[in-house]
Design a protein around this ligand. Structure first.
Ligand code: ATP
Length: 362
């Protein structure tokens, strides 16, 4: 079978080398059942790329990513890079900016069989990825964070109508596919002009989606309400920093950051990336939860199937998502979920569950 899809793989730092292979194995197993051929294109990224190529995301990798529609970005431990690399955008910020991956979709739901702090949680956090309070990606040249003197640090946040309309339309389109409830998350009582503009533009876009029920919350209240009344919320749309923080919170409420998959996308390209980082505290021990990156890979294929109207890719994504749920329901779990299975045992469990689904329509 020839390759239908060429997909990049960047293993990255920390637990990347342990969890990313589980995603590849799950995709290969599910794709084989749908007669989809995959060619994996391995590209350097992270500390090892600094040693071999002098950059955490070398020009050689970018030249290939330019030609791809999809790739899996493993985690990077940028805080550990040598000082001269700390001043540069990290690999994920670089990809998000270079390829215009303006939407970061971060679903968090409690799985049956997994102990969750808030069992009722099932939300999709739609995070604006290109501007907001993340000063590393909101200037054409230089960083929006700077120090006029060693004792004074400033950061510039940017919110534009154009980027807000774009992310709002993405969030409303997702809400239409889910339970038609959307919450705009902002802090317009304090950051009146910036997050106030975000709220107001989202409200304007809401007029295009009359079937969706809209409300809005301050980000601090939202954090409390996710803990107290999670079942009231479905799709949350918010700016970059708030989305980053709320998605880690939601992932832990659902059981573990190790469950949290995500994609970064534009209209034409998609990058699968776990919500969490490189987890250096547990790296190399074979105990990291691979579900986050496996779930991210499934989301990537679903996005691709939607873009090209290819039901085979939706079926591959369904097989992976069903196998993840079945594996977790069986009690096979890594230490973050209270289990004793290794990363590779959970990865193999997911592949076995996919293989078992052969013959079924997924
Ligand atoms: P970043 O800013 O790059 O997202 P971070 O500082 O938020 O990184 P993480 O690397 O995400 O930190 O780790 C936060 C905590 O979650 C750590 O205790 C880590 O061990 C745990 N963790 C992260 N990913 C996993 C995983 N896949 N399985 C188990 N535990 C994880």
């Amino acid at each position: 079978m020839g390759a239908d899809l060429r997909i990049g793989v960047l293993y990255g730092d920390g637990i990347g080398a342990e969890i990313v292979p589980c995603a590849l194995a799950a995709v290969d197993a599910a794709a084989a059942l749908e007669d989809v051929g995959i060619e994996w294109v391995e590209l350097p990224m992270g500390s090892s790329a600094i040693s071999s190529h002098g950059s955490s995301l070398p020009a050689e990798s970018l030249a290939v990513l330019d030609t791809l529609d999809a790739w899996i970005l493993g985690p990077h431990d940028s805080a550990s890079y040598p000082p001269e690399h700390l001043r540069m955008p990290n690999p994920s910020a670089l990809c998000r900016k270079r390829y215009g991956l303006y939407a970061n979709l971060r679903p968090c739901r409690a799985y049956p069989g997994v102990p969750a702090t808030t069992p009722g949680i099932d939300v999709m956090i739609v995070r604006e990825n290109s501007e907001g309070l993340y000063a590393d990606r909101n200037m054409a040249v230089g960083s929006g964070e700077f120090m006029p003197t060693p004792d004074v640090a400033l950061a510039v946040g940017v919110i534009t109508r154009q980027a807000t309309e774009r992310i709002a339309r993405q969030a409303f389109a997702i809400a239409e596919q889910r339970s038609r409830r959307l919450t705009i998350v902002h802090k317009a009582n304090v950051l009146q002009l910036t997050t106030g503009l975000f709220r107001d533009v989202c409200r304007e876009v809401a007029a295009e989606y009359p079937d969706v029920v809209v409300d809005d919350k301050h980000v601090d209240a939202m954090a409390a309400l996710l803990v107290r009344r999670p079942a009231e919320f479905d799709v949350l749309v918010t700016e970059n920093l708030f989305g980053d923080i709320l998605s880690d919170l939601a992932a832990e409420l659902a059981g573990s950051l190790g469950l949290a998959g995500s994609v970064n996308c534009s209209a034409t390209k998609v990058m699968a990336q776990a919500t969490h980082g490189a987890a250096p505290d547990i790296a190399g021990r074979g105990v990291a939860n691979p579900v986050s990156i496996v779930a991210s890979a499934a989301m990537m294929l679903r996005w691709w199937g939607n873009r090209d109207d290819d039901p085979r890719l939706a079926a591959v994504a369904d097989r992976i998502a069903d196998a993840v749920a079945a594996t977790l329901a069986s009690g096979l779990a890594t230490a973050d979920l209270g289990g004793s299975a290794s990363t590779s045992q959970v990865g193999e469990g997911i592949v076995q569950a996919i293989t078992k689904s052969a013959g079924s329509g997924s």
